[in-house]
Design a protein around this ligand. Structure first.
Ligand code: E4P
Length: 219
């Protein structure tokens, strides 16, 4: 399973990269705004800064919503760095843009997926990734895991190469359940990745080992 971090915060991206388990980054306009990144050139510089930190897979989202502008923006983003994956919203013009960009060899991530039908049409258009938003489905009492399961079944039925990128992940059990269901990738906050390592029995067990070692050594 690939691990992406869902942030535009450079310190958090560096921390996840230093951990040695990071496969990529996802951003969106809200995450960029949260870091105070505004203005076209600043946004571009920020994507470049992210690409300098990680090894691959930096999702950069278009902000246009019509076909012509989306492909123009997508092509410009893709030119910034080979690590860029152009993130396109699941709307009609977005599907057309995914078809065009993938035919040009530009990788795409179809975002804001909330149904299996949306994932199916994005895969047919040639999206490299589809991003079902688990946490936001949870927020409205809907089963996001069932959606991941359904998309996995459909993609396996037809051998679509589109990867399932479980997005809007909020915590460690989201990650574990997505892994059990065969999501190819998850994207979540640094806190969710770090929480995977925590267990109280690990902490108490280690404390006991170190105490026993110290006692035996007469310290
Ligand atoms: C996906 O790529 C999005 O950036 C993200 O996962 C949205 O998550 P949120 O619902 O926590 O905002």
């Amino acid at each position: 399973m690939k691990f992406f971090i869902d942030t535009a915060n450079l310190d958090q991206i560096r921390e996840a990269q230093d951990l040695g388990v990071l496969d990529g980054v996802t951003t969106n306009p809200s995450l960029m705004a949260k870091e105070g990144i505004t203005g076209d050139q600043n946004v571009i510089n920020h994507y470049k800064a992210i690409c300098d930190i990680v090894d691959a897979n930096v999702s950069a989202e278009v902000i246009s919503t019509d076909y012509e502008s989306m492909i123009k923006e997508g092509e410009a983003l893709a030119k910034l760095d080979p690590k860029i994956v152009v993130k396109i919203p699941m709307i009609k013009d977005g599907v057309k843009a995914i078809k065009y960009l993938s035919s040009k060899g530009i990788r795409t991530n179809c975002t804001l997926i909330f149904s299996a039908g949306q994932a199916l049409i994005a895969a047919k258009a040639g999206a490299s990734y589809v991003s079902p938003f688990l946490g936001r489905l949870d927020d409205i009492s809907t089963d996001g895991f069932q959606l991941i399961e359904d998309i996995r079944l459909i993609f396996d039925n037809y051998q679509y190469e589109t990867e399932i990128l479980a997005a809007s992940v909020r915590g460690p059990m989201h990650i574990v359940n997505c892994a059990k269901l065969g999501a190819d990738v998850m994207t979540g906050p640094l806190s969710a990745i770090l929480a995977l390592m925590k267990h109280p029995l690990t902490d108490s067990g280690l404390a006991q080992f170190l105490a026993d070692h110290a006692k035996a050594a007469g310290k």
